[in-house]
Design a protein around this ligand. Sequence first.
Ligand code: ZN
Length: 187
Amino acid sequence: MAAEILTIIELGNPVLRQKASLVENIQDDRIQKLIDDLTVTVTKANGVGIAAPQVANASRLFIVASRPNARYPKAPEMEPTAIINPRILGHSTEVVKDWEGCLSIPGIRGLVPRYQAVEVEYTDRHGKSQKQEFTNFVARIFQHEYDHLDGVVFLDRLESTLDLMTEQEYQKLMTNNTKNVNNSKER
Ligand code: ZN
């Protein structure tokens, strides 16, 4: 059956605040289809990650799909990866603050502190256990999506509401930063 674009639920929907349940049968057609549907949904929405609770399915499953796009022009390129029943085994002491958005909280960006690196364990879509370290932007995506499985959104992680911006002001800021970088190169 062909993959479908799913409806993304938004802040205020109680499913986003639920603790998601472990996926028991990864080979189940419904889970395999959910993985395909989430992958096309995140690509269509210019996201770099999406968690099952964001399509109102409270399962411990998410997709990390980092690649440069309109919302994240500097994202590194990787194959979309399904992360099932993940655990964070360890993390760096270093914490980095950077801008994040969320497909379930449209129009808002926030400066969110995250561990620079995380060591993780998860099951892949073939049912194989994987142990991996993620760093920088991909580690950020992982922590953001992982939070969704526990009913946590990036707004909960902000140090201050002063670290919030609308998408429009964020785009202006990014355009100005790029200009400044170019200017300094010219000098
Ligand atoms: Zn999100």
